[in-house]
Design a protein around this ligand. Sequence first.
Ligand code: GLN
Length: 331
Amino acid sequence: MDADSPLFDAYLRDVHQRYAAIDDGKVADYIPELALAKPEWFGLCVVTKDGQCFEVGDSRQLFTIQSIAKAFVYGLALEDCGREYVNRRVSVEPTGEAFNAIVLDEVTNRPYNPMVNAGAIATTDLVQGKDAVERLKRMLDMFERYTGRSHDINVPVFLSEKTTGHRNRAIAYLMLNFGMVTPRIDETLDLYFQQCAILVNAHDLAMMAATLANGGVNPVTGVRAIDSQYVKDVISVMLTCGMYDYSGEWAYHIGIPAKSGVGGGITAVSPNKLGIGTFSPRLDSKGNSVRGSRVCQALSEDFSLHVFSVEQAKLDLDVYLRGDLGDRSSS
Ligand code: GLN
């Protein structure tokens, strides 16, 4: 279903125009392929839990999903192995450290959470399948259930991550040393580098978030992407750990569970309401998209989308989505 509310559409266009003027931040360049992104790219998309879709700007521009995949692969690991087993392998504690820190819990040897590289490599290890091909297929099928379309991998990005990813390899081997991952670690690392290089756009990210907001069912296709019992697990770690070592501030100021990636994307879930997807490759010092963060903040403040907000919203979301402000303004 396409957008049928000109009011919300106009709101989103206004937000896009306002923040397109911001040119703070820096495109990721730790591998040359990411530095090819045009700094001015800026796409926004909002999908409601009943499948209305609003998009502005470069919302169909493809980029690599990077760390955003971690939230969804965590969901797949939960489905494959169950909550109890996954919790024995990966904790859910924020680190306050950089996403690529080489640090494990001193007592249990578990990575701190599924959103940092160590935790994501551990959850990737838990993705089942008889061989590398089947494991990758199961992962890509999962993303297809969320977005409603099939996904490719950016092969140069994958190969570049694989060639230069010594730090991730070090983390993986440290976990192997502690018996926290299985010995097929090189296959798992490939799967981890491949998941980072999956191509998505802002529309996909909004659809993925809307699917979580809708209890795990894609609101447009009606396909279930994840068992409903694990939806709150995924959204919880997004809220506590999804925005690198800015996660606490994000939860406090913006309060929409979200996950970002160094490709410039953010996916944000407003439970039972809507999903937000943003893409703008200029990143702040924590690695979060500058414009994407501002857009989420604007939506949170204007429509009172902070998950713990008890205040009346400045703008009434239902009215904006119905698009019939006339009723109210005349009353
Ligand atoms: N591919 C990146 C890495 O493993 C993921 C980075 C990210 O989005 N934070 O270092």
